[in-house]
Design a protein around this ligand. Structure first.
Ligand code: DGL
Length: 275
C-alpha cells in the first residue's frame, strides 16, 4: 500500500488490527508530499511510480491508501497494470468510504472533507451517485489541514479554527454523515466529532477499506493461511528517521525499520501545481 506520507498509516492501522495474519509493505512518498495540491496528471504519474515499486517487491494486492491519489490515479494505475499484464488487483479508498456513507446517512445529506485534488476530481460525488443518486453531497476542500497534521506540531487553536471553518458549511447543509476523505484527518477525529456534534456519523478510509481488502483476497484465494501475526515493513522516499518519528503517532504501533527508496526526485515531477 502507499500514501503521500504518513497519513495512510491510519489505513494500515485498521488492516493490522482486522487482518493481522497478512504481511504488509507500506510506501510513504514523503519526499513528494503533499499530493493534495497536485494536478490529476501529476498524481497519476506518482501513483504509477509507487505501484511499480511495490509490484517489483512482490505485492499480491495493491491498496492506494491516499484519497488524492485514488481520486486522480486509480484508473490510471489499473490501466498501467493491465497493460503490463499484471494480475494484481488495485483497491482505492474512495468507493469503500462512499458505500459506508450511503449506508450510514438517514437524511440523505452527506458531507465530505478532503484535499483540493480530491474535491476537484468529484470522485466522491461520482462514487456516491453510482450507489444512490438521491444523496446530496456537500464537499469542502481543506488545503492546509494535512500538512498541519503531518507537521508534528502540537494541536493548537489554529488547527481547531481550521476544523471549525471546514465543518461550518457541512453543519449549515444539515449533513448527518461526514466522510473524512483524507487519510490524515482521522488523527483529528475527536475534534471533528466535537465540532460536528455527537449524532453526526464520521466515516474514515481505514475502517471502510478493511472489508473490501478481505473480500478481494478471499475471492482471489489470496488470504494468508497463517494463524499467527504477519509482518509489516516500510519504505519511504524521504528521510526514514522523520518517517519513523512521525509514523508511530499515525500507526499507534511501533514502526521498526524504514528503508529509503529512490523514486523520481520531486524536481523531476515538479512542485505541486495548482489543482
Ligand atoms: N494522504 C492524502 C489524502 O488522503 C492527503 C495528504 C496530501 O496532501 O498529500 O488525500
Amino acid at each position: 500500500m502507499f500514501d503521500s506520507g504518513v497519513g495512510g498509516l491510519t489505513v494500515l492501522h485498521e488492516l493490522l488490527v482486522d487482518l493481522p495474519e497478512e504481511d504488509y509493505l507500506y510506501l510513504g512518498d514523503t519526499a513528494r508530499f503533499p499530493y493534495g495540491k497536485r494536478s490529476r496528471d501529476e498524481l497519476a504519474a506518482l501513483a504509477i511510480d509507487n505501484a511499480d515499486e511495490l509490484l517489483a517487491r512482490g505485492a499480491k494486492l495493491l491498496v492506494i491508501a491516499c484519497n488524492s491519489a485514488t481520486a486522480a490515479g486509480l484508473d490510471a494505475v489499473r490501466a498501467h497494470l493491465a497493460a503490463k499484464g499484471s494480475p494484481v488487483s488495485v483497491l482505492g479508498v474512495v468507493t469503500p468510504e462512499a458505500i459506508q456513507a450511503v449506508e450510514a446517512t438517514r437524511n440523505g445529506r452527506v458531507g465530505l472533507l478532503a484535499t483540493e485534488a480530491t474535491v476537484s476530481s468529484d470522485a466522491y460525488g461520482a462514487a456516491i451517485r453510482r450507489i444512490d443518486d438521491m444523496i446530496e453531497l456537500t464537499s469542502v476542500a481543506c488545503p492546509e489541514l494535512a500538512s498541519l497534521i503531518q507537521s508534528d506540531e502540537p494541536i493548537t487553536h489554529e488547527v481547531l479554527t481550521l476544523v471549525r471553518e471546514s465543518c461550518a458549511p457541512l453543519i449549515a447543509a444539515d449533513v448527518d454523515t461526514v466522510v473524512l476523505g483524507c487519510t490524515h484527518y482521522p488523527l483529528l477525529a475527536p475534534m471533528f466529532q466535537r465540532v460536528l456534534g455527537r449524532n453526526t456519523r464520521i466515516i474514515t478510509s481505514g475502517v471502510a477499506i478493511v472489508r473490501r481488502v478481505e473480500h478481494l483476497l478471499s475471492l482471489r484465494g489470496l488470504r494468508s493461511q497463517r494463524q499467527t501475526e504477519g509482518e509489516y515493513r516500510f519504505l519511504s522516499t524521504g528521510d526514514p528517521a522523520v518517517f519513523s518519528a512521525l509514523g508511530t503517532r499515525f500507526l499507534q504501533l511501533p514502526i521498526g525499520e524504514v528503508e529509503q527508496v529512490a523514486l523520481p526526485a520531486p524536481a523531476d515531477i515538479g512542485a505541486p501545481t495548482a489543482v
